[in-house]
Design a protein around this ligand. Sequence first.
Ligand SMILES: *Cc1c(COP(=O)(O)O)cnc(C)c1O
Length: 398
Amino acid sequence: MTAFIEAASPHVMNTYGRVPIALERGQGCRVWDVNGKEYLDALGGIAVNTLGHNHPRLVPALQDQLTKLIHTSNYYHVPGQEILAKMLVERAKMTNVFFCSTGLEANEAAIKIARKYGVDKGIARPEIVVYDHAFHGRSIATMTATGNAKVRDGFGPLLDGFIRVAPNDYQALLAATEGNANITAVLMEPIQGEGGLHPMRAEYLQQVRALCDERGWLLMLDEVQAGMGRTGKWFAHQWAGIVPDVMSLAKGLGSGVPVGAVVAHGKAAEVLKPGNHGSTFGGNPFAMRAGIETIRIMEEDGLLEHAARVGEHLKAALRAKLGVLDGVVDIRGQGLMIGVELNKPCGQLIGQAAAAGLLLSVTADTVIRLVPPLILTEAEADEIVERLLPLVQAVLAA
Ligand SMILES: *Cc1c(COP(=O)(O)O)cnc(C)c1O
């Protein structure tokens, strides 16, 4: 088994630069590989495993669902869709939900809403404002919306209808859109994840919200990574006290079961009509049960407050131990979505940390990303810092 893994997988397409370990089981914030080596999971499957691994209430609920129905078809009503949709719209103060299975699909649905919303208003060639350093997925449309040339290069021709601006620069947004009557929406991540853990400022979000209202544009927020309690509120934009017209969700929504959703509000909620959009797997009974139980457990266990508190603890510990090092440029983030930016590329840390028993990622070349399960304890947060410190010291000394 191990030898096979270390020799790579000749039959699996080589699309990932993988670390040479193979994980076999998990419990809480710990996982073990096929050789029995233990790891502390500060990655959570990239902000996916909200409730950690083998959760004592999620797993029995999923087992129960497996014995009832895994999948039916959207030809028929799926009662779980109504339950999960109601849970989401109540927490988002929005109107309705379309279910899919991944983040890019949620963003595709958002882009389709923005285009149809424009076409319905008589705009033949709708345009959407997107951002430098944004990441929205790897389909043709979401890749076009993505701000990273490394993601886009080699896959042209890309799509028309996107205008790119710099984050957090309201004047630049005004200048780029001046006199353009084709704009129908602004799409952004409230905290850019893949782009290097860069938050949009609350004031900027509020300004764009007001501008969208004034111009009749849809404010569409990609909360695929920052949503579902990760920042200590249900949705990251809630720190700015605004409500978007469209919001995409996925990653943490099903605690590891693939669930995506696009949540719409007001006029945006009426755009898609029967026949306009669909998904075979989207909203299937198993996926819905995962979403429902994730939210139920998060609420029963107070995981929003917990993520906010443990996140502050982790950030403070990182600042105390790593923030003092020459070469640590910034430590930022909200709740359990934290970035440690170094003054040099540090992609090798992913493998080095794994060797030292810690799972994490590096985004935008220089930013260590910590997005652990929301059940992380303060003691585990301290352990992350302990394990990370010598690794970062070594990278900076090299
Ligand atoms: C991960 C991510 C996506 C893409 O999600 P997939 O499920 O991989 O398609 C889109 N937007 C953001 C902000 C993400 O972090």
